[in-house]
Design a protein around this ligand. Structure first.
Ligand SMILES: [Zn+2]
Length: 133
């Protein structure tokens, strides 16, 4: 869900750390561990090369091998509700976080397009009213 960090509240860093620990620093959907380096296939499967101990180590390894990605974890709001109830929070890798939020992104994009269209039509009506007067 595309929110700014400030939207998550002042406790967010602490909550996020607790959730990542609870989930064992693994994606709830695919089980891939944070800072894993490997290949993400189009069908979502992940081929692991190494599980690095740090982001820096993972980046170094990924830089040397072509087409490798570094898995980062995000704490996702499963119910898209920012009240941060921990039973609705989980760790997801970049791939599954995007997949989880995709319907919401699509809906938001649709709403934005419709709002712009209405604004445009409203503007055109006002313009044509002005012509009639
Ligand atoms: Zn995943």
């Amino acid at each position: 869900m595309p929110f700014r960090k400030a939207d998550y509240g002042p406790e967010w860093d602490r909550i996020k750390k607790r959730i990542l620990e609870r989930e064992g620093y693994r994606c709830r959907m695919c089980g891939v561990k944070r800072y894993s380096v490997g290949v993400r296939h189009k069908d979502g499967r992940f081929t692991l090369h190494i599980e690095a101990a740090s982001y820096e180590e993972a980046r170094r390894y990924a830089r040397d091998g072509g087409g490798l990605i570094v898995v980062k974890l995000a704490v996702a709001h499963l119910n898209h509700d920012l009240s941060n109830h921990e039973q609705f929070l989980t760790a997801l890798c970049d791939y599954h976080h995007l997949k989880h939020d995709q319907p919401q992104h699509t809906e938001n994009a649709k709403k934005t397009r419709e709002a712009k269209k209405q604004e445009l039509q409203k503007g055109l009506w006002e313009e044509s009213d002005a012509v009639l007067i």
